[in-house]
Design a protein around this ligand. Sequence first.
Ligand code: GSH
Length: 217
Amino acid sequence: MCQYGVKTLLAILPSGGGALVSFVLTEKKIPFEVVTIDLEAKEHKAPEFRALHPFGQLPVLDEDGFILYEARAICRYIEEKYADQCTSLLPKGLKERALVEQAVSAELANFLPHAMKAAHEVTGQSPRGLNADQTVVDEAVAALAATLDVYEVLLGKHRFIAGDEFTLADVFHYAYAPLLAENGVDVMTKNGPNWNEVISYPTWRKLKAEGIKGTVI
Ligand SMILES: N[C@@H](CCC(=O)N[C@@H](CS)C(=O)NCC(=O)O)C(=O)O
């Protein structure tokens, strides 16, 4: 049986770091409020917003006045605070946790930069706007494919990215992979059955179907 905490989640987007934070809050069954920020109006660069996030970026967590930014730090904080609530996304054992940190670093170095580059290009967020440069997309996708080849080997040895349990290391792949798939760059269904399991986790499917509403599921 899960207990529910109450959170206010400020300033998220349905992709990028905001997707990670809403994923973890939803998985832990923690209600949250979404506050939208108008990026086109540069609300995130306004002094009031920079008082919360000095770099003027999203997401930001506001938990009764405790302000935290950087999506991965927010996810870890939520997981550590509600460690035993619903799914544990970080193992307790020292070595098991070290293996999760290894996978988290590997994602940050070998998956995220390429996924982000391709996602920005295909969604018009690169300096070229909607005139995507196919060479940039192709290079990013080729780099992602090389990473996925390594994942295929790893996932042949265990069910999820860092072992047999689903952890934050798996969650962190949701920043851009779903957005890429929606824009015709399919890194969701390639590779073997375990990668498909990593990237089509039920919580994500529910978030996708229902939108990020912040309600308890
Ligand atoms: N390392 C940061 C990245 C934050 C980030 O790049 N956020 C994007 C949205 S996903 C943003 O705020 N873009 C607007 C900008 O940088 O001006 C995190 O993980 O929270």
